[in-house]
Each structure stands twice: as C-alpha cells, then as structure tokens.
Design a protein around this ligand. Structure first.
Ligand SMILES: CC(=O)N[C@H](C=O)[C@@H](O)[C@H](O)[C@H](O)CO
Ligand SMILES: CC(=O)C(=O)O
Length: 320
C-alpha cells in the first residue's frame, strides 16, 4: 500500500517526560525542550511516551496530555511526532491510538503486551491490528524491545506478510542487539517502503550497514549532534570517520553503563547537558545519584561533549 505519509528517517529522540520534584509532569518546559532538540541537537523527530518517557508509568490521562503538549509545541518545528500507545489493556491502547490521530500526531508505535503475553506471532499481530485499526489514517510502527517486554517473537517473523493484516504498518523500531534478526527484516522487505529504526544507540553504525533507515534512542536527546555527524560521515561513505564518531559515543555509553544506566540517569544527563530541568523519575525508578551525575559530567567534559555549557545558564529560557 502506498501510504500517503512522508517516511520517518534520520534521528528520532525518545523524549523524556519532565517532572517536578513532587512527581507531577512538568509541562512548562516542553516548548523549550523542542527548541533545544531542533536548534542544539539537529533532531527533528520525536518518539513520545516510550521507555525513556516512562510511558508505562504514566496514567492514561497523563499520556494524553503529554502527547498533546508535544504535538502542540512541535508544530511547524518538528518533522514528525510519533506517539507510543502500547498498554496492557487493548482498550487503553486503542483509546490512545485514537487520541493520537485526533491531535494530529504523525504516527503511533506499540510494544507487545508484557504481563499476559502473546505467545505466537499470529496472536501478537492480532493485538497490534486491533490497536492500529483505532487510528486507520496513522502510520503504525511495531516497537520491538524483547529484553523489556519478555516477548521474544522475532521481528523478522512478525514482519512476514504484516501489511496484509495491518495496512497502516510503516516500520519497525528495533531495540535489540540481534543484528541477524534486524538484517533479515531489511533484507526480506526490500520491496516495501518501511522505516527500519534501530534502537541501540551504541551500535547504530552496525545497523546502518545492515540497512537501518533511521534510529530512535534516548541518547539523541543530548548526543544528537554527534550522532548526526556519524550519519553524515556514513552517507559520504567515510567509514573510518563514522567509526571514530561511533567509538566516541561508545566510550561515553560504556562508561555510564558500568555505573548503572537507565531512564533515571538519562534524566540527570539531559538536565546537565541541556540545562532544562527534567526532574526525578517516577517510582519504581529512583533518582540518579549525585556521584553518578558528577562522574557523567566529568566524562562528558573529557570527551568534549559539553560544548553547550553556555545553555546551562538558562539562555534557552527566553524561548519557553
Ligand atoms: C532500553 C532502552 O531504553 N533503550 C533505548 C532505546 O531503545 C536506547 O536509546 C538506550 O538508552 C541506549 O542505546 C543506551 O543503552
Ligand atoms: C529509546 C526509546 O526508543 C524509548 O525510550 O522508547
């Protein structure tokens, strides 16, 4: 199906959901956040309410409001706003899908339900199909993240014939390190205009070689500019320069992974780099420690990733 939508490509930042110290969503910084991504990181696509956005830790009403705020503030600034609408309840997922369509989002993405799980490809497809049908005019992306959902149905298998079942299927967000599975998704769907979005930021270069058309990740919030330089080098076929960028990014990610890295730490790093307060995460996550933030800051400095220090003084505030 020639779906009348522009293809999602390049970097997509998995947005953080900013919170106040007392655990409420801090909507007031989202406008500033959009400007920061576009102007300072060169990132013009976002993925809202996913893993990084603590989407599954928000209430349905919060998810609706967060989605609305990003769409509103991103208007005429962002290229595409994709809303993650996955939930354990099919009904909630459908409600969110329909809502995403109403507010004018550019696409929806869904993870596999992860408590009572689908055990076969066909059951998972049936679930996804029911969600997609609630937003029949929106491009649909499957968000494959087996380590977190526990649903290990191979993406390659899932994609086989998927458009017959889900006509709005537009692509895959692949958050796994199995490059055989990812490569075969690309290889077996060359005829389609699918977006193949890779989700393991530290391995993006390998995925580009396998045919990734873009990437969704948490680090593009603050390493978007560096990663864009890698993408440009790759496009010019300057592989050794691209590899230099990837190694540089790896040195940082490797460093923080050893300290313990997740959504809480992403919030702390983004606050540090952008100067926009992301606040603490919501339970069951715990705020990153002071030691973590200090070490991460020192590492960012030593890798020369902190060339935005002027922004920490609030120079972005004028645009909020
Ligand atoms: C599990 C998880 O949150 N993965 C993110 C997105 O898929 C990535 O952006 C990672 O945060 C990143 O690759 C660092 O490991
Ligand atoms: C990383 C990503 O894609 C997410 O936060 O959902």
């Amino acid at each position: 199906m020639a779906f009348p939508k522009k293809k999602l490509q390049g970097l997509v930042a998995a947005t953080i959901t900013p919170m106040t110290e007392n655990g409420e969503i801090n909507f007031s910084v989202i406008g500033q956040y959009v400007d920061y991504l576009v102007k300072e990181q060169g990132v013009k696509n976002i993925f809202v309410n996913g893993t990084t956005g603590e989407g599954l830790s928000l209430s349905i009403s919060e998810r609706r409001k967060v989605a609305e705020e990003w769409v509103t503030k991103g208007k005429d600034k962002l290229d595409q706003v994709v809303i993650h609408v996955g939930a354990l309840s099919l009904k909630e997922s459908q409600e969110l899908a329909q809502h995403a369509a109403e507010i004018g989002a550019d696409g929806i993405a869904v993870i596999a339900p992860f408590f009572l799980k689908p055990w076969t490809k066909d059951i998972l497809i049936n679930f996804l199909k029911e969600v997609a049908a609630a937003a029949p005019a929106l491009p649909f992306y499957y968000y494959h993240i087996p380590a977190l959902t526990g649903v290990k149905i191979r993406a390659e298998e899932l994609l086989d014939g998927i458009q017959d079942k889900i006509p709005t299927f537009q692509g895959l967000k692949f958050s796994d390190t199995d490059l055989l599975d990812f490569g075969q998704c690309v290889d077996q769907n060359r005829q389609q205009q699918f977006a193949f979005l890779f989700g393991v930021d530290e391995q993006l270069l390998s995925a580009l070689v396998m045919g990734a058309t873009g990437a969704v990740g948490s680090t593009y919030n603050y390493l978007g500019k560096k990663t864009n330089q890698m993408l440009e080098a790759f496009e010019r076929k300057d592989l050794s320069l691209a590899l230099n960028y990837q190694f540089c990014i790896q040195r940082f990610i490797n460093f923080v992974v050893k300290l313990g890295f997740g959504v809480s730490q992403t919030k702390a790093i983004m606050t540090l780099v952008s100067g926009i307060p992301m606040g603490p995460p919501r339970l069951p996550l715990q705020k990153a420690s002071r030691e973590f933030t200090d070490s991460a800051e020192a590492k960012l400095k030593s890798l020369d990733f902190l060339s935005f220090t002027d922004l920490k003084d609030g120079s972005l505030e004028a645009s909020s």
